[in-house]
Design a protein around this ligand. Structure first.
Ligand SMILES: [Zn+2]
Length: 156
């Protein structure tokens, strides 16, 4: 799925659970389970050569930027706010939750964008790929993600 979908899901799990030890396995599981839903993301078409690396990078930049913006929008307490000259400590859970949620995709980055994959990463990426169910029809592939974000907005 898009970085937006994984990041906001991870942020929500971390926000609600708070404890990194409890949240981390759930967040990583959420990544693989969400990738099993038929979806479109910026990497769709990279594997079969129907999309160029350059275009995927160009799509990934707004995907990551929007993910960060949405995390602050969904969970405003994660944003540091200076009120009456004192800095309130932000809730870091949505940020680390989002980061953990994106780890499986970060680990695929060298293979997808540099065509380089260290041996130790191969089984991890193969495991990730075994869940991946991407479809080329962008609108059909974005609709389950829109539904997911709506549900996360309601439950935040
Ligand atoms: Zn993934």
């Amino acid at each position: 799925m898009l970085s937006i979908s994984h990041a906001v899901t991870g942020a929500a799990i971390a926000y609600h659970l708070g404890d990194p030890l409890l949240a981390t396995p759930l967040i990583l599981s959420s990544h693989y389970l969400l990738d099993a839903i038929p979806h479109w993301d910026v990497g769709t078409g990279l594997g079969n050569g129907s999309k160029s690396i350059k275009l995927a990078v160009l799509h990934e930049i707004p995907d990551l930027l929007l993910a960060i913006i949405l995390i602050f929008l969904f969970f405003p307490s994660s944003l540091p706010v200076i009120a009456s000259s004192s800095l309130t400590i932000p809730n870091s859970a949505p940020l680390w939750g989002a980061f953990i949620a994106l780890i499986p995709d970060f680990l695929e980055g060298p293979r997808n964008f540099l065509r380089w994959e260290p041996k130790w990463l191969k089984p991890i990426n193969r495991f990730h790929h075994s869940f991946h169910n991407s479809i080329p029809r962008m609108l059909d592939g974005l609709s389950p993600q829109l539904l997911l974000l709506t549900l996360l907005w309601i439950s935040r």
